[in-house]
Design a protein around this ligand. Structure first.
Ligand SMILES: C[S@@+](CC[C@H](N)C(=O)[O-])C[C@H]1O[C@@H](n2cnc3c(N)ncnc32)[C@H](O)[C@@H]1O
Length: 290
């Protein structure tokens, strides 16, 4: 099932070279935060013992493992991601939990997915990055058996996600916006935040019974203000502006950016774990016509 790395698109190369080390460094923040949006939702989905489930853009695979516990050994879970290093960790965690009915494969959901094989398809914060979202959502639908269901979780609008948006606005007060040909992780984290537009994409991809549930969660964005700043300048919309400005200009502007960011992060809720900021997502569920 694995795709050959020689066929990697520039997008997949970008994920494996530029984004992977940053994601790995901040796994404790990212996985902790993203899992807060799925933890409450997954047990209420109609995923049952014995089902086969595909997790698209599974990352480190923690949600695949949570689902593997629900479907049990009579079921099957497949996680697919385009980043090798994430899959190494996912396989390690599955082995440590003794879950042998979950497998992880390297694949590009924009190129190919298994067909007509699964009862349920899930994706947590992966689909907003697709360069051609309708085609990829259709491919996810075709991975389902007729009548199968899917659920994907995406960020809502920027204004409901100050944890990400404020870092971008601060950075943009000091640096120019990324140019048209900038290296990015795809259309961007908020590309499915508009309910009407995301609903239209799902319809165009051939789904029916499309529903949206809003989830609001505070997530930990760094253990200290210093880590919040490092994280915001490495990953997400603020990090993209900082990276694309070029090292010389970005470093020259760093003191001003850091001082504004510090004021923002220090104004957020803080406890013994770290600093918390509000985020908001859509849980979008739908069905492949029978
Ligand atoms: C924000 S991360 C979320 C990871 C994981 N689902 C989670 O919630 O922790 C987005 C993931 O989508 C993966 N991804 C992006 N585009 C992909 C594609 N075309 N095919 C497969 N995986 C993709 C990335 O490698 C990354 O692991």
């Amino acid at each position: 099932m694995e795709q050959d790395t020689k066929d990697d698109t520039d997008f997949v190369k970008f994920w494996n070279t530029i984004l992977e080390p940053k994601f790995t460094k901040y796994r404790h923040i990212l996985q902790g935060g993203l899992s807060r949006h799925s933890a409450a939702v997954i047990p209420s989905l109609p995923i049952k013992e014995g089902m086969s489930v595909l997790d698209v853009g599974c990352g480190w695979g923690d949600m695949s493992l949570q689902i593997a516990e629900i479907v049990g050994p009579k079921g099957r879970v497949v996680g697919i991601d385009c980043v090798d290093a994430f899959l190494v960790e996912a396989r390690k965690d599955a082995a440590a939990k003794g879950l042998s009915h979950v497998e992880f494969f390297r694949g590009d959901a924009e190129v190919a997915l298994p067909e007509n094989e699964f009862d349920y398809v899930v994706a947590r914060f992966g689909t907003m990055f697709f360069t051609n979202p309708v085609a990829a959502l259709r491919r996810m639908r075709l991975a389902l058996k007729p009548g199968g269901q899917m659920t994907h979780i995406v960020w809502r609008r920027r204004e409901d996600n100050p944890a990400w948006q404020e870092a971008k606005e601060i950075t943009l007060r000091h640096l120019p916006p990324p140019g048209e040909d900038a290296d990015t992780c795809g259309p961007g984290p908020f590309s499915m935040g508009n309910q009407e537009m995301a609903g239209a994409m799902m319809k165009s991809a051939g789904y029916e019974d499309i529903s949206f549930t809003r989830v609001d969660e505070k997530i930990m964005i760094g253990t200290t203000p210093e880590e919040c700043i490092e994280f915001a300048l490495a990953i997400g919309p603020g990090g993209e502006v900082f990276r694309e400005a070029g090292e010389a200009l970005a470093e020259a502007k760093r003191p001003g950016i850091e001082s504004e960011m510090r004021a923002f992060f220090e104004s957020q809720e803080r406890d013994e774990i770290g600093i918390w900021a509000p985020t908001s997502s859509w849980v979008i569920s739908a069905r492949n016509p029978a």
